[in-house]
Design a protein around this ligand. Sequence first.
Ligand SMILES: [Ca+2]
Ligand SMILES: [Ca+2]
Ligand SMILES: [Ca+2]
Ligand SMILES: [Ca+2]
Length: 129
Amino acid sequence: MSLARAALLTVLLALVACGPVRPTDPDDDDASDEENPEDLDGDGYCPDTECEDDDLTPGDCDDNDSTSHADAEELCDGVDNDCDERIDEDFDADQDGYVDQFGEGCLSNFSSEELDCNDQIAAINPGAD
Ligand SMILES: [Ca+2]
Ligand SMILES: [Ca+2]
Ligand SMILES: [Ca+2]
Ligand SMILES: [Ca+2]
C-alpha cells in the first residue's frame, strides 16, 4: 500500500514538474522571444501616438507591414510607407494621383498603363480624356 502511494506520489510530482511549457520570458523584458502585441510586424513602431513599451516608437500606420512606419522611406508601391497619410507623394510631382513613369521602382509595382507619362502637368495622366 505505502509503496503504491509512493509510486502514485512520484507520478503526480512528475506530472507537476512536466506541466505546460511556460514562456521562457514571462516578464516580457525582451521582445525577441515572443510577439509584441504593440508591434505585430516587428518594425519597432507601435500604431498609437504613445507606446506602452519604451523600446517602441509611435507612428506605425500599418502594423502588419514592417516597411511602413513614421521613419520609413516612401517607395513607389501604392502604399503610404512613411505614414504621412499621402501615398507615393515623392513620385507624383503634379499630384494628379498617378506616379511618374520614370520614378525609381514605379515600373516594378505598377503597369505602364498606370504610370504618368507627364508628371509635370496634372491634366495629363492615364485617366485623362
Ligand atoms: Ca509597420
Ligand atoms: Ca507617404
Ligand atoms: Ca509608397
Ligand atoms: Ca502625377
